[in-house]
Design a protein around this ligand. Structure first.
Ligand code: NAP
Length: 480
């Protein structure tokens, strides 16, 4: 009795901590602590659940070994994965979540339902939950693994997946899963269970395979939401309120994030999910013309010229993008910013909601270099400030500063909200070439009269700017 009360109390604390953790994640300043709270909540949840069970010593051993192995694998992976591979990592974790819910439901179906048909309303709820958990969990698992493989470049989009035929295949698989689900309610541990597992797994592959790389982070966010739904269903299966609450929170958060990403990329969810059919390109590269031959009026300049403009600038805005993460130039950027601030310039960083490859990518990157949070300004707040900005330095960003998104109705980006850096007095774009960004299209910003390209790796260019400014005496002025 006492153990039960204790375990429920632990569950309650865990739910509260999880809710606080999720809330804290919405602010850069509190995100790190919030992540710790959510991890603590999950740890408590495991302890609470184990207290509720009457486990044999052998079972304790298995659980301890599994937790140690899984925990260590997660720790090593999280420590080693580069920031640019975050979407793949999230996909892998989502897949693991889907698989966990699937396995819980399969285990209950095989060993606890006893093969009997549903006799009471409670049984019926449990059996329907098993069906949902297996169905959504299997789709989440296989879809996430395909998404990860595509982002890593391990899986190509086969040509046949772009034909209309794939809709027929997917609808057949969904129908098969539905029939298996209905049959499972009468016979939980028999053939229908395996039919449901097989059809749902194939459906996850069939739905994700045709979607192109450009839309994959949105799909990963959606799969994250599915993993929450599968976990909530698994919560009904094993009677864990905590799992139901946590799963529902993850499901809702993933759905909101998916919506935010779609809006920021000017894509509808329907066109992402069925984009392969609508665009006949798999939703991958959304346009062409990003090759270097397409440009005719490019002005390039050296680090020295850029440093001279920075030396006299009173207001400087940095625009970080995916290339900054690739170059791992955040610390050198911070060094440059400190130099400019000490020189009397007002420095800020313009954050586009989908700069980089995941929402919040740039915030995390800059937080690593201890950039003050108040200097990170969201797109809506910074856009009106560009006309009074002396110098904008675009660092490895491309699509998120493309003015065609506002002015060219034929552009694939048309309608996507962008950072209006073209309104600033002078713009320097730091990148290695005239190559395209993620959307695969040319960028009208590069040819504007106020724009100069500074070609090179972002870290090398920033280091060059720091030493040029020091040579110009900025460092000495600061010291004095
Ligand atoms: P982007 O459009 O992908 O452009 C990145 C640029 O960085 C490239 O043009 C590349 O040019 C440059 N680059 C790469 N390595 C570099 C290095 N070492 N040094 C300097 N430059 C380097 O990036 P973005 O402006 O951040 O836009 C993000 C894109 O990702 C958007 O299209 C967005 O829709 C998409 N996306 C974002 C999310 C998200 O949640 N954040 C999700 C899905 C999709 P060079 O090769 O010439 O150097």
């Amino acid at each position: 009795m006492t153990t039960t009360v204790l375990s429920y109390a632990i569950d309650l604390v865990a739910v509260l901590l999880l809710a606080l953790g999720l809330k804290g994640l919405s602010k850069v300043r509190s995100a790190r602590a919030a992540n710790g709270l959510a991890a603590l909540a999950m740890g408590l949840a495991v302890v609470g659940l184990l207290l509720q069970q009457q486990l044999s010593p052998q079972a304790w051993l298995w659980i301890a070994a599994g937790s140690a192995f899984g925990g260590l694998a997660g720790l090593l992976l999280a420590q080693r994965v580069p920031m640019t591979a975050m979407p793949e990592t999230v996909a892998l974790f989502n897949g693991c979540g889907g698989m966990a819910s699937l396995l819980v439901a399969v285990a209950v179906a095989l060993f606890q339902s006893g093969g009997a048909a549903a006799e009471s309303a409670g049984d019926l709820v449990s059996l329907i939950s098993i069906v949902i958990s297996v169905f959504v969990g299997a789709i989440t698992f296989s879809g996430s693994i395909v998404a990860m493989g595509k982002l890593q470049g391990w899986i190509e989009t086969p040509g046949w997946t772009q034909s209309q035929l794939r809709h027929g295949v997917n609808i057949s698989l969904a129908a098969m899963a539905l029939v298996a689900g209905v049959l499972l309610i009468g016979d939980p541990s028999g053939l229908p269970l395996w039919l449901l597992v097989g059809a749902s797994t194939l459906l996850g592959i069939g739905v994700t395979l045709p979607i192109g790389g450009a839309d994959m982070p949105v799909v990963i966010s959606l799969l994250n939401s599915y993993s929450g739904v599968a976990a909530a269903a698994a919560g009904f299966v094993v009677g864990s309120q905590l799992l139901i609450v946590a799963g529902a929170m993850v499901g809702a958060a993933g759905l909101i994030l998916t919506q935010v990403m779609c809006t920021a990329m000017n894509r509808s969810l329907v066109s992402v999910l069925f984009g392969g059919a609508l665009g006949a390109t798999g939703g991958g590269q959304v346009g062409g013309g990003g090759d270097e031959a397409g440009y005719t009026r490019i002005t390039s300049c050296s680090s020295e010229e850029c440093a001279m403009a920075l030396e006299t600038a009173e207001r400087v805005v940095f625009v970080p993008g995916y290339g900054l993460a690739v170059a791992q130039a955040q610390h050198t950027l911070r060094e440059l910013a400190k130099l400019l601030e000490a020189n009397g310039a007002e420095v800020s960083y313009a954050i586009h909601p989908v700069a980089g490859r995941m929402p919040g990518h740039m915030n995390v990157l800059l937080a690593e270099a201890d950039v003050p949070y108040e200097q990170l300004i969201e797109m809506d707040a910074i856009n009106p400030e560009f006309p009074r900005t002396d110098v904008v330095i675009v660092l490895g960003a491309n699509d998120v500063v493309n003015p065609d998104a506002k002015s060219d109705p034929t552009s694939p980006l048309f309608g996507m909200p962008v950072l209006e850096v073209d309104q600033a007095r002078q713009v320097f774009v730091v990148k290695r070439s005239l190559g395209a960004g993620y959307a695969g299209i040319r960028n009208a910003l590069f040819e504007l009269p106020q724009t100069a390209m500074v070609f090179g790796d972002a870290k090398a260019v920033l280091a060059g700017l720091v030493s040029e400014l020091r040579e110009l005496g900025v460092g000495r002025k600061v010291a004095a």
